[in-house]
Design a protein around this ligand. Structure first.
Ligand code: AMP
Length: 381
């Protein structure tokens, strides 16, 4: 067996200081690495788990290069890291996934052309750069449809559903003149996502697909197994592996899918990093998505993705603090439930503050227990 390209003991960097960076740091430190985060604020979730936080502007290429000289390799925890910032670091040390992956996936128009060029099914769509384009796109893809800004969208931000032609102008007034993509509405049966890892020599390890339920466009509950026919799950896993290969990703990525009523899987979007729907892998799988990220980054063998037990994860948004500090006593008394808080001090409505995970003998029990634990915590029952 060859030695890892970055052995334990080395210092890893993570661009971004959010909860995904924090959970990456927890996993990498367990493997013996030092971890340093790059963030625009010092008081970030990753600060609680990293050895150091570099407060730096992503526009400051010389500062990024200076920081990179103190690291052995770098990854990122959110896909809106400016590509040039990733390139500035990649000129000094390995950046995995490569900056080109960010270039493709952080723009919906480029991501859709990548998917179409490789024959991966996605919603019918048109790139929209003007009011006239929007009217033409609506005629081409049909209504209802959803207008999305091409860049910087997340959790439903930068999106407008359009049901009738009379709503087109208002949608453009809200989102234009930023470049947008108009997507035909997919009448889906459910949404699933698949987290996969790919190592430097091209091997892949794909997790069990999660079934995802959103509330107000934000992920609410993820559960696995997803309870769908094997051919649907196999198709989603296969597409995920092929997307990792086609993008030449070294690291972790998540592919979100719509499952249509006829059982087809249609790609919604790609996140080239661990994903909220993969948090249940921390308790449920032999290797978590964050440990896979560290292993892929460092050239260690990828771990087993085997799931030990059915699992469900429920997000804890700032809304849960509306009646004061949540009742953790009650939540953690529910069998099989664990809590992960991100260390954020300001519980604003809609802000992801932490999550609960439940393991149980069946996925239905896991979902019931995790939602009950959350209701108890948030005093909504
Ligand atoms: P996105 O930010 O693109 O992941 O969209 C957020 C959520 O909006 C998705 O998880 C879906 O629930 C819904 N959505 C987005 N695009 C579509 C579409 N083309 N058809 C139906 N639902 C959609």
């Amino acid at each position: 067996m060859t030695a890892p390209s970055v052995p334990p003991g080395a210092t890893l960097g993570v661009m971004g200081g959010g909860q995904l960076g924090a959970m990456f740091a927890m996993a990498a430190k367990r493997l013996g690495y030092r971890v340093e985060a790059l963030s625009d604020v010092a008081d970030c979730p990753a600060a609680h788990h990293c050895d150091r936080v570099h407060v730096v502007s992503y526009a400051d290429a010389p500062a990024l290069a200076r920081i990179a000289r103190g690291l052995a390799a770098v990854t990122f925890e959110f896909e809106n890291v400016p590509v040039d910032a990733a390139r500035a670091m990649a000129a000094v040390i390995p950046c995995r996934p490569a900056p080109e992956v960010l270039f493709t996936t952080q723009d919906r128009a480029r991501e859709k052309s990548f998917l179409t060029a490789h024959g991966f099914a996605c919603a019918p769509h048109r790139v929209v750069r003007s009011r006239g384009d929007l009217h033409a796109a609506a005629a081409a893809v049909g209504l209802p449809a959803v207008l999305k800004t091409a860049a910087f969208g997340y959790d439903g931000k930068g999106q407008r559903r359009i049901a009738a032609p009379a709503e087109l102008d208002a949608a453009w007034d809200a989102l234009g003149p930023a470049p947008c993509v108009l997507e035909g509405w997919v009448d889906f049966d459910c949404e699933i996502s698949v987290v996969g890892a790919r190592g430097a020599s091209g091997e892949t390890a794909i997790f069990e697909p999660s079934r995802n339920v959103h509330r107000h466009h934000i992920l609410d509950v993820s559960s696995a197994p997803a309870g769908l026919p094997a051919h649907v799950l196999d198709a989603a896993r296969g597409i995920t592996a092929r997307i990792l290969e086609a993008l030449d990703i070294v690291g972790v990525a998540c592919v979100e899918f719509f499952v249509t009523r006829s059982g087809e899987v249609v790609v919604n979007e790609i996140a080239p990093r661990p994903h909220n729907s993969g948090h249940l892998t921390i308790e449920a799988c032999e290797t978590s998505q964050f440990e896979q990220q560290a292993r892929a980054l460092c050239g260690l063998p990828l771990g087993s993705t085997r799931q030990r037990a059915p699992a469900a994860m429920a997000n804890l948004l700032g809304d849960c603090w509306a009646k004061g500090e949540p009742d953790w006593q009650a939540a953690l008394a529910v069998p099989g439930v664990s809590l992960l808080l991100y260390g954020k001090s300001d519980p604003r409505p809609g802000r992801k503050m932490g999550h609960l995970t439940a393991l149980a003998p069946t996925v239905d029990e896991a979902i019931a227990n995790v939602t009950r634990a959350r209701s108890l915590a948030c005093r909504t029952m």
